[in-house]
Design a protein around this ligand. Structure first.
Ligand SMILES: *[C@@H]1O[C@H](CO)[C@@H](O)[C@H](O)[C@H]1NC(C)=O
Length: 317
């Protein structure tokens, strides 16, 4: 009892000294530990990451990275197209300087934009991203889309097999630890497999209850390719078509586990062996989205959520 009391006293004293008195309402703030998954090249990816796409949120992203890493996020997903690599670089520099993590604890993904698909453009494009991020290497570099464009956005006739050769070069040079693709279908992935040395480690695609992607995911898993799920909340947090946060079936599941609808939707993807990358720049939602590693859905609950599938993309028709 005496020991307990003195621990409590020490804890309280620490919080007074640290300026935290009155916060936390009696519970210690906990950092969530995110499990990792092994990729086909032996590297490990944290099974949930912070998404960062949103031009309006670029000024908020540096602070968001700080909150996210404090909460336990280690995996951050960006792209040249998002125009936020410099702000993300500042956030990464903050958390490294604070000593919250070492570089090797982080898993940073960026993506090659469509106008740099010529083989000789790939390494320089990644070097430019690395300079903005303030990093020596990224953990994962993805071809953002299979289609190439010219600098003015008009279609360019460049085969992604050529682009992939540039991607292989980034890995050989140690500028990217792993390489993969995004928004590729299985025929395109099989063409890469048939003509290249390195098999993509990841395919990043849109997955949520209105676009469940069973076939593509099964095909990727059969080839030992991990699937990262973007737009994980789908129409459930969008004001567009589809069922909403108020949907009773999903609300019931959330109530059963004492979780929010958003947390159930993330768990739905985790329980399908996917790697969701929920985007937020809001401190509370950043914490909410990572607090999903203490429950599991039943196979029936997973099927029930999948039954919303309409093959509807949030982004494309
Ligand atoms: C979604 O697409 C798959 C594969 O193309 C198809 O088998 C399925 O019937 C579609 N589902 C709906 C609801 O349109």
């Amino acid at each position: 009892m005496k020991l307990l009391l003195s621990s409590v006293a020490l804890f309280a004293l620490f919080h007074v000294i640290a300026g935290h008195a009155g916060h936390n309402h009696g519970h210690v703030r906990k950092t969530v530990r995110i499990p990792t998954k092994q990729l086909n090249d032996g590297n490990h990816i944290p099974t949930l990451g912070l998404g960062t796409f949103g031009f309006g949120d670029i000024p908020k992203i540096r602070q968001a990275i700080n909150w996210a890493v404090e909460a336990g996020y280690r995996h951050i997903d960006t792209a040249t197209f998002y125009r936020n690599e410099e702000e993300i670089g500042k956030g990464i520099s903050d958390v490294l300087k604070k000593g919250l993590v070492r570089r090797e604890d982080l898993f940073i993904t960026t993506k090659l934009w469509d106008d740099k698909h010529a083989k000789d453009q790939v390494v320089p494009a990644l070097r430019e991203s690395l300079a903005k991020l303030g990093l020596q290497y990224v953990d994962l570099y993805l071809i953002h889309f299979p289609e190439a464009t010219n600098a003015d956005g008009s279609p360019a006739d460049i085969d992604y097999l050529e682009t992939w050769q540039g991607m292989e070069e980034t890995k050989k040079l140690g500028l990217a630890k792993s390489i993969g693709v995004s928004n590729f279908n299985i025929e395109q992935i099989d063409r890469i497999k048939a003509h290249s040395k390195v098999v993509p480690a990841v395919n990043q695609i849109e997955v949520h209850p209105s676009k469940t992607q069973e076939k593509t995911i099964k095909d990727c898993f059969e080839r030992n390719i991990a699937v990262v799920a973007f737009s994980p909340f789908g129409v459930f947090v969008s004001r567009r078509k589809g069922p909403s946060q108020e949907d009773p079936k999903i609300k019931n599941i959330a109530q059963k586990y004492g979780k929010t609808v958003s947390q159930v939707l993330l768990r739905y993807l985790l329980d399908r062996d996917l790697i969701p990358i929920p985007k937020s720049t809001n401190e509370n939602r950043i914490k909410e989205n990572i607090n999903v590693f203490d429950f599991h859905l039943t196979p029936e609950e997973i099927s029930s959520i999948s039954s919303y599938n309409t093959n509807t993309s949030l982004w494309w028709s």
